[in-house]
Design a protein around this ligand. Structure first.
Ligand SMILES: *Cc1c(COP(=O)(O)O)cnc(C)c1O
Length: 559
């Protein structure tokens, strides 16, 4: 057992007594102070609290004259639970019930001999494993979701209110938006960090500003982790979003007017793949491909014929609303026949690729673009992976080609998430996302709803509510929203409704899986979706589902 121990001048002598009393019982790391000379208690409390927060030690012990100042300081740190104890009983209860990991003592409040007894009891007592105490300890930690931003309560109450509202929404609604996920606390901490203060035009080691050593470290971590996670030769982690990542590839490889062959938006493609209202459609000659009318799947032979005919510079695959696996080997074959660049936009499936639940496009494609906030579950942002031969062209296209200073705080958050993906805790997550999606999809399908392409291989599926119930996607999404289930209206292939109304809804399982839901929850949610859609105008059904949904999500807290 390792214990970090610290004190200010008021607690210096008691600290000395405790070091002697505990010698042999644990490995003691003395964080100071080293004399009776006047000093500031927060300095020593911080040193001990950080050792506990980092997991370097099992426990911390802090002493000042009253014990109050050190306990207040220590409790400002994540994962630190500091207890100011005056009796052996309090020490025991603080361990059993509250899982205290830092013991605070007042030199004026307890004798040296009794302090040693309190400390011995503290380190010898295990946490009470019963459900109610475990639940309360978890709640205690989760109070941090608001404490992280509680400074805003005074500084900017209006913005604070918006954050509280989002927190409450996440705590009470079932989020099935296929392009969203739930970020980790570590990711949010990096994203909100002081790294946002730095200008860093250029790349690590080659910046246009001084003082970039800290952000260079963060960006280098993001780049090397991205390459390791995806097996890529080169990564550019600077694009501010997925659309910017796509723009970077176009700028690196094309001249205005060049031809891109890509999936059309109304069939599942993305705005930045050549929609006429987007820069991509305005600058380049876009030839859209479609899915097969019967199977509603990509028809690789048809794409090959079209590619041989129009000779694109880039063949772009990847989509925002395509529920089936993409055959990247087959796409590579087409690109080789045509002699064009293979570009894959894996924005939606990047997490499935990272977790091994979808074949990786990285070995095949010249360029792979992605967002970092969808199934990948990181901060809102973009990234491009490419073969080494394209590295220089890509980096110049991003900076100075289209962006100035990168968002180093967001880049650090990307690094955090790439590391999470390589951890033990993330094993099996991507597979669970897909299993959940298939169970949810089948539950809705078994209630008679037509599913586009008949099912799903990934994290999303599309329900054709128009042909099943004669309602629009817009009406369906609004009814589900009123019932606490959040999805989005979506066009389906060959849709006869306008993009504002649509015939379908898109349903995804990344966020609910992050919160720990599994197949039994998917069956419940699928049943509720069908209940609401079966009774589209019935507000009583919506109210019943909303109550049940709220109860369900309460058991799956946001990290
Ligand atoms: C979401 C998405 C993007 C764009 O992401 P933004 O960060 O919103 O710009 C690009 N491509 C595809 C396929 C997407 O689904």
């Amino acid at each position: 057992m390792k214990i970090a121990i610290g004190a200010d001048h008021g607690g210096y002598e008691l600290k000395g007594a405790l070091l002697t009393a505990l010698a042999g019982k644990a490995e003691l790391i003395d964080k100071g102070t080293t004399s009776r000379e006047s000093c500031d208690y927060p300095d020593y409390a911080q040193a001990v609290a950080l050792a506990v927060a980092k997991g370097e030690v099992d426990f911390g012990i802090l002493v000042c004259t009253s014990g109050i100042g050190v306990s207040m300081t220590a409790n400002r740190f994540q994962n630190v639970r500091a207890a100011l104890c005056r009796t052996v009983d309090e020490a025991v209860v603080s361990r059993q019930h509250n899982g205290a990991n830092v013991l605070c003592l007042g030199a004026k409040a307890v004798s040296a001999a009794y302090a040693a007894e309190i400390a011995a009891a503290f380190i010898a007592t295990p946490e009470d494993a019963s459900e109610r105490h475990a639940r309360r300890r978890a709640k205690l930690e989760r109070a941090g979701r608001l404490s992280d931003v509680s400074g805003l309560a005074q500084d900017d109450p209006e913005v604070f209110a918006a954050i509280v509202a989002q927190t409450e929404q996440e705590d009470t609604e079932i989020n099935l938006i296929a392009s969203e996920n739930t970020s980790s606390r570590a990711c949010r901490e990096a994203a909100g960090s002081v790294l946002m203060n730095k200008y860093a035009e250029g790349y690590p080691g080659k910046r246009w500003y001084s003082g970039c050593v800290p952000v260079d470290a963060a960006e280098e971590l993001a780049r090397t982790r991205a390459c390791a996670l995806f097996g890529a030769e080169h990564a550019n982690v600077q694009p501010h979003c997925g659309s910017a990542a796509n723009m970077a590839v176009y700028f690196a490889t094309l001249q205005p007017g060049d031809t891109i062959l890509s999936m059309s938006l109304d069939q599942g493609g993305h705005l930045s793949h050549g929609s006429p209202v987007n820069f991509s459609g305005k600058i380049y000659n876009i030839v859209p491909y479609t899915v097969n009318r019967e199977t509603e799947r990509l028809d690789y032979d048809a794409i090959e014929r079209l590619a041989l005919e129009v000779k694109p510079k880039i063949l772009l695959t990847g989509a925002s609303a395509y529920p089936r696996a993409i055959d990247f080997r087959r796409v590579r074959e087409i690109c080789d026949k045509v002699g064009c660049i293979m570009m894959v936009d894996m924005a939606h499936i990047a997490g499935l690729v990272a977790g091994g639940a979808h074949e990786s496009p990285v070995p095949y494609a010249d360029f792979v673009t992605t967002t970092t906030h969808k199934t990948l579950g990181g901060p809102r942002g973009g990234m491009v992976l490419c073969k080494a031969k394209w590295a220089k062209a890509l980096d110049s296209a991003v900076f100075p080609g289209m962006q100035g200073g990168p968002l180093e705080n967001i880049i650090a958050a990307k690094a955090v998430v790439f590391k999470e993906w390589m951890s033990e805790a993330k094993k099996g997550y991507a597979q669970q996302v897909v299993r959940n999606c298939q169970v949810l999809c089948k539950t809705v399908q078994d209630r008679g709803y037509r599913i586009v392409s008949g099912g799903t291989d990934n994290h999303l599926f599309l329900v054709d509510v128009k042909s099943t119930k004669g309602i629009t996607g817009k009406e369906a999404a609004a009814a589900l929203d009123a019932a606490g289930i959040v999805v989005n209206k979506n066009t389906i292939p060959y849709d006869t409704e306008s993009p504002f109304k649509t015939s379908g809804i898109r349903v995804g399982t990344a966020s609910v899986t992050t919160r720990g839901m599994k197949e039994p929850e998917m069956i419940k949610i699928g049943t509720w979706i069908a209940d609401v859609l079966d009774n589209i105008a019935d507000t009583a059904v919506q109210a019943r589902v909303k109550r049940a949904a709220k109860e369900l999500v309460a058991g799956f807290p946001v990290p």
